[in-house]
Design a protein around this ligand. Structure first.
Ligand code: SF4
Length: 271
């Protein structure tokens, strides 16, 4: 892992994500190195051309005292959108913790999203926020398969334990079932495993992009060759996602869950 320190001009930036006003990315790059990652485009924008996603990390340097938490009153603020706030190196560099310490008085609605059990370290801070929710993203309950698709992240079983601990500490939680791998993501089993300590569910489909298609197909071929025809078919018939959405909707309604479906456009997914 190549680590650099880069001075950031700002640490809270406006977001293009629907329903999120601002994002905070304490690092550039992501040690989790998910094979489907949509944030790889950051390589082009951050002087890392020729390097591999998951093999470099820029620790942003910034005078965190200059942050103005009151400026975000009533806005939604997400940590993080193109990295994970609880990367293994967060233990050493503490950027996420330093940022949260400056934000505790904010009247913004803060949303934390991670694939790391390290998130429990900051429960003491979360408890000081007026309006915060903490979520994990998860595609599968299979720890071995997760290692193949998200090699640097915590095991799904550990993410679930972390979420439970956070909920037990009185903090609002959510489970982001994402990305939804056709035929592999057993969303009902994930819900069953998390329902007693999850306040809200959201769902996002797997988005195929030119840069990630070969990697995804390779992993499916090696682990679930029986589903390969479904993945190939998805290139032509996007109706598959409508059926998945309907299944999710029916199940969540039946279970009376608080949920959002955030299937989006792009690649050859639903359009
Ligand atoms: S955790 Fe998110 S940002 Fe990091 S590699 Fe995975 S998908 Fe990309």
């Amino acid at each position: 892992m190549k680590v650099n320190f880069r001075e950031a001009k700002s640490i809270v930036t406006k977001s293009n994500i629907p329903s999120i006003d601002y994002v905070i990315n304490p690092y550039t790059g992501c040690q989790h190195a998910c094979i489907y990652c949509y944030a790889e485009f950051m390589i082009r924008f951050t002087n890392h051309k020729g390097e591999k996603w998951g093999e470099f990390l820029d620790v942003k340097t910034f005078d965190f005292d200059k942050m103005t938490p009151q400026k975000y009153k009533g806005k939604r603020l997400l940590l993080s959108s193109v990295t994970d706030p609880y990367l293994p190196l967060e233990k050493k560099y503490l950027n996420t913790r330093k940022i949260l310490e400056k934000l505790v008085d904010t009247e913004a609605e803060v949303s934390i999203l991670t694939k790391s059990k390290l998130v429990t370290r900051d429960i003491d801070l979360f408890q000081q926020f007026k309006n915060i929710e903490v979520g994990i993203s998860i595609s599968t309950l299979d720890d071995d398969f997760a290692k193949k698709i998200e090699r640097g992240a915590s095991k799904p079983s550990d993410r679930i334990i972390a979420l439970k601990e956070i909920s037990n500490a009185g903090i609002k939680t959510y489970t982001f079932i994402s990305p939804f791998f056709p035929e592999i993501t057993d969303f009902k089993a994930i819900i069953k495993a998390t329902q007693s300590f999850t306040n809200q569910y959201s769902f996002e489909n797997l988005n195929f992009r030119p840069h990630n298609i070969p990697r995804i197909i390779k992993v499916i071929n090696a682990n679930y060759p029986q589903f390969l025809p479904v993945y190939e078919e998805l290139k032509k018939d996007r109706n598959y996602w409508n059926l998945v959405e309907m299944d999710i909707r029916n199940f969540c309604e039946k279970e009376n869950l608080n949920y959002k479906i955030e299937f989006h456009h792009g690649g050859f997914s639903k359009s």
